[in-house]
Ligand binder design. Structure first.
Ligand code: NAD
Length: 266
């Protein structure tokens, strides 16, 4: 895959959660190619180390950190380690996420709480730790949340996911206001469906829940409203993550950007 790097992140340090897989992993590769040092933070410690090792093999500075974004002390320690080993923290991409689909009437309370914890507690804890560091260092920085078209729109079977992704927009707006005095910007990226393990798992689950074929889940549910019938790509999302990380002023702070091949237009 070729990487068209237009913006630079030289001498910047990025902490990216959920970066052992899918979207986070590609953002880590694109940031590294743009010159950043990377902390690959993920629940899966072996995956985090493997992704960091691949970045180091390509010439980047990178460390892998096993961390659960819902663990307050763990998140604080992971950010501390990043600052100690990579020399600071300039960009947070709060990207770790899970998906659980079920009709509302069958949704287990435990699953509701689990999903909100990863997306919202995880968003808060990683942002707070990064924000504190960005203030203390007086370097400012960029805090980027991985939202979704589901930050704007609803779909069947996704009550907690849609709720959490809408919530991240509120958190980003507060950080944009509180962060301005400290040079901290906050943004949300809102992708359409991207072929990652998170989406591949949903296809058979939705087929079963909606009683349709897997091909119809892709065509008639996931890509139905796109302008070109195409999945959003890892690079589509990573290039927007690069834009938000590298943008030099507060002009875009507090904004979310939908990256969905026209599924949702605002
Ligand atoms: P993925 O399953 O490929 O990767 C998610 C990563 O998050 C995994 O490596 C996993 O180990 C990690 N993770 C899960 N729980 C964690 C926790 N508690 N602490 C730390 N790490 C944890 O998924 P993806 O598709 O790359 O999704 C990344 C983000 O993008 C998620 O927030 C997801 O909601 C969002 N998103 C995905 C799509 C899509 O279509 N794939 C669309 C819109 C938004």
């Amino acid at each position: 895959m070729t990487t068209n790097i237009t913006a630079r992140l030289d001498r910047k340090v990025a902490f990216i959660t959920g970066a052992a897989s899918g979207i986070g992993k590609r953002i880590a590769e694109v940031y590294a190619a743009a010159g950043a040092a990377i902390a690959v933070a993920d629940l899966n410690p072996q995956g985090a180390e493997a992704a960091a090792a691949a970045l180091r093999a390509s010439g980047a500075k990178a460390i892998g950190i096993g961390v659960d974004v819902t663990d307050e002390a763990g998140v604080d320690a992971a950010v501390k380690r990043t600052v100690a080993e990579l020399g600071g923290l300039d960009v947070l991409v709060s990207n770790a996420g899970i998906q659980i689909v079920a009709p509302l009437e069958e949704f287990r309370f435990a699953d509701w709480k689990k999903l909100l914890a990863v997306h919202l507690d995880g968003g808060f804890l990683t942002a707070r730790a990064a924000f504190r560091q960005m203030i203390t260092s007086k370097r400012g920085g960029a805090i980027i949340f991985m939202g979704s078209v589901h930050s704007k729109e609803a779909s069947l079977l996704k009550a907690p996911y849609v709720t959490a992704k809408h919530g991240l927009e509120g958190l980003a707006k507060v950080i944009a206001k509180e962060g301005a005095a400290h040079g901290v910007r906050a943004n949300v990226i809102c992708p359409g469906f991207v072929r990652t393990p998170l989406v591949d798992k949903q296809i058979p689950e939705q087929a079963k829940a909606l009683n349709i074929s897997e091909a119809d889940v892709i065509k008639k549910v996931m890509l139905k409203d796109t302008v070109d019938g195409e999945f959003t790509t890892l690079d589509d999302v990573a290039q927007v993550a690069l834009l938000f990380a590298a943008f030099p002023t507060h002009a875009l702070t507090g904004q979310s950007l939908v990256v969905s091949h026209g599924w949702f237009m605002q």
